[in-house]
Design a protein around this ligand. Sequence first.
Ligand code: SAM
Length: 241
Amino acid sequence: MDEVKVRFAELLRGKGLELTEAHWEQYETYFQELVSWNEKMNLTGITEREQVYIKHFYDSLSLSFYVPMREVATLADIGSGAGFPSLPLKIMFPHLQVTIVDSLNKRIQFLNHLVSKLGLEHVRCIHGRAEDEARKPMLRDAFDLATARAVARLNALNELCLPFVKPGGLFAAMKGSNPEEELKEAAFSLQTLRGEVEAVERFELPVEQSSRHILLIRKTGNTPKAYPRKAGVPLKQPLMK
Ligand code: SAM
């Protein structure tokens, strides 16, 4: 009996998600590749099997508890690192057309290898800065859903992510325990980049019971021409009044 498998399946069932054998094989391959490549490059500080399943896979899937994934066709994952949250979501929701943008080429190499090993279709991994990529007509104001986990504070993150979202689409920022301060300091950047907070969802990560938040931000119009600013500027000088 594989306890990690039983526990993971139970947790997902509690959220209405059925873990099939095919999903399980893909998650296991993901885990093995992650740990093996992590010996050669820095992908994650979390390598213990159950921890990877909870803190990376389940945490990534938590986005689907609050966003109806079956209504989402195109997903942009900004600063995806080792593929979080988009690749665990892609395994569970194979219809998603995923675009990953990350500025570190080594991580993109890992992701390209992983995507082919998992046999995933309609996943493109772009090596670049979000600020530059969001200027490309194919990617600008184009996605149903953009997301990011552990990339930057919200006032800067808005400028990295909202430009990818089409008017009417969603930006879902995956945050840790206390987003209130970040939300306050992000009011001006939200307004400037045509974002409106629609909901703040809170949940507990199983096992360690640490709290997580998902900020759901609706895009209300096209991105103003001046944004995003040059690469590096959003992080150095976040939009503030
Ligand atoms: N989202 C992943 C996770 O939750 O495990 C990775 C988080 S890691 C701390 C942040 C990632 O964002 C890194 O892989 C880094 O290369 C990427 N990143 C930082 N600034 C970026 C930018 N301006 N454009 C694209 N990627 C960026």
